[in-house]
Write a protein that binds this ligand. Structure first.
Ligand code: F0G
Length: 462
């Protein structure tokens, strides 16, 4: 079989700079041990996020020049609106500056004290927006998602048995069900069409609306085409339309599968509700035909939404992630399988099985990947998702201790991925020399962004 190649050639390049280990030790020290505080020029390969960090195409840059910056009624908005309507089939399109602004708007109506929101797994901003509104946010991931080595093809699915039970238990308090595609916090794993159908049926039975968190909708549809029975001969565009035909609306961060550096939207079928959303939008984001974005941003997203459906692109994207996951697995390195859509997730609990979860093995691993090879990744484990139990004052444990290496779209090549594999392997070879991490200073919420960390010295008392 011929290799799957990057389906583009490179027109503009940005130099990246190698540093020595000694330099990186000092840089990390200045950053209080927190990778979020590093300057990006001091990172060789930046896999902190796939959000807004991808490369735009020549057609997107061309569309940027077409951007019309009129305050109201810009043709750029009309092109944006039409792209969303054509691709997702949702008629009411409300632009926002990014995904979390759409979430904030959504929960300004569906959230509030006493309300319950159900999701396969809330992303952290989705949870934060639901909780800030006063609502209770519950995650209902399928049981297979708990095992990082289970090869079930749709580990992003929602647990339908629990969904029914929560709908029964909370009754009218459940104001909204959401399904996140792909399931980011659950490892970039896809949700099947069958699962969305099951969720829809329960939402109908209980009279609750269903919204999709659509950030990685095209990657999810590609996995459906590859993995779900009876879907292989359909186009990604058709699968996307079917997926969204089951939803009442969606929130979207166009920084992911919108292939843009900024942007987002809230879309809905309900015109009365949309009028209410638009009234609220003017207060915080802007007039409904720009919603906090410039005309050129709207153009880039409209073009990006079409480009992301290209199957040669989706094939290359998922293959490059699968390539890394398989090479790591062959070397016995614990990595979440099957490969997800936008990132490689190392299982730090198994990688560093001598470091207890209270010493944040994911944080230790992420730090060593930077020191060893200048790679920036992100802990998704107890440091990010745990916290202090308000009643006992004890640290609470996250479901998994993961390190996410998120791959920006169309940005790095195969040799960058080969380099990443070798650096991970080098850390694997010396894993027993790594020690745990201690937090020396942290804010009460979203601590991973701004906490200060230090490595625990061998033999010291924690
Ligand atoms: N929903 C999901 C599933 C996400 O992954 C994100 C962002 C958002 C909502 C919020 O969108 O950033 O545009 O406000 N995820 C990024 C990440 C930050 O690194 O995974 P936003």
């Amino acid at each position: 079989m011929l290799p799957i190649i990057e389906p583009f050639r490179i027109k503009s390049v940005e130099p990246i700079r190698m540093t020595t280990r000694e330099e990186r030790v000092q840089l990390l020290d200045k950053a209080h041990g927190n990778l979020f505080f590093l300057h990006s020029q001091d990172v060789l390969i930046d896999l902190l996020t796939d959000s807004g960090t991808g490369a735009m195409s020549s057609e997107q840059w061309a569309s940027v020049m077409r951007g019309d910056e009129s305050y109201a009624g810009s043709p750029s908005y009309l092109r944006f609106e039409k792209a969303v309507q054509d691709i997702l089939g949702l008629p009411e399109v409300i632009p926002t500056h990014q995904g979390r602004a759409a979430e904030h708007l959504l929960f300004s109506i569906y959230g509030g004290e006493g309300k319950v929101i159900l999701n396969n797994t809330h992303f952290d901003t989705t949870r934060a927006n639901a909780e800030v509104s006063g609502a209770l946010a519950l995650d209902l991931p399928c049981p297979e998602s708990k095992n990082t080595d289970d090869m079930e093809p749709f580990k992003g699915n929602m647990d339908l048995v629990r969904l029914r039970a929560e709908l029964d238990q909370h009754g009218k308090a459940v104001s909204l069900v959401m399904v996140t595609v792909t399931n980011n916090a659950g490892g970039g794993q896809p949700v099947s069409l069958a699962n969305v159908r099951g969720i829809r049926a329960l939402c109908d039975k209980f009279g609750v609306p269903l919204y999709i968190d659509a950030c990685r909708f095209a990657e999810n549809a590609w996995f459906i085409k590859q993995r779900e029975e009876g879907q292989a001969d359909r186009s990604v565009a058709e699968i996307v339309l079917e997926m969204f035909s089951m939803a009442d609306g969606c929130t979207m961060s166009a920084k992911k599968d919108g292939m843009a550096n900024i942007g987002g939207f809230l879309a809905s079928r309900n015109s009365e509700l949309a009028a209410d959303f638009r009234r609220r939008l003017v207060v915080t984001e802007g007039f409904p035909t720009y919603g906090g974005l410039s005309g050129r941003d709207l153009e880039a997203v409209a073009q990006g939404l079409h480009e992301v459906l290209r199957e040669d692109y989706l094939n290359y994207r998922t293959a490059s992630i699968q390539y890394v996951v398989e090479r790591l697995h062959e070397r016995g390195i614990p990595v979440l399988r099957p490969a997800g859509g936008h990132a490689i997730f190392l299982d730090a609990a198994r990688f560093l099985d001598h470091i207890p979860w209270q010493q944040y093995p994911g944080q230790s691993l992420a730090i060593e990947l930077y020191l060893e090879g200048g790679i920036r990744s992100c802990e998704i484990g107890t440091c990010m998702l745990g916290g202090t139990d308000p009643e006992t004052g004890e640290e609470t444990k996250a479901l998994h201790e993961l390190v996410r290496l998120a791959i920006p779209r169309r940005t790095y090549t195969q040799s960058h991925m080969d380099y990443v594999i070798e650096i991970i392997d080098a850390v694997w070879q010396k894993r027993k020399t790594l020690t745990g991490t201690r937090i020396t200073q942290a804010p009460p919420v979203l601590r991973h962004f701004s906490a200060h960390f230090e490595q625990i010295q061998e033999g010291s008392v924690v």
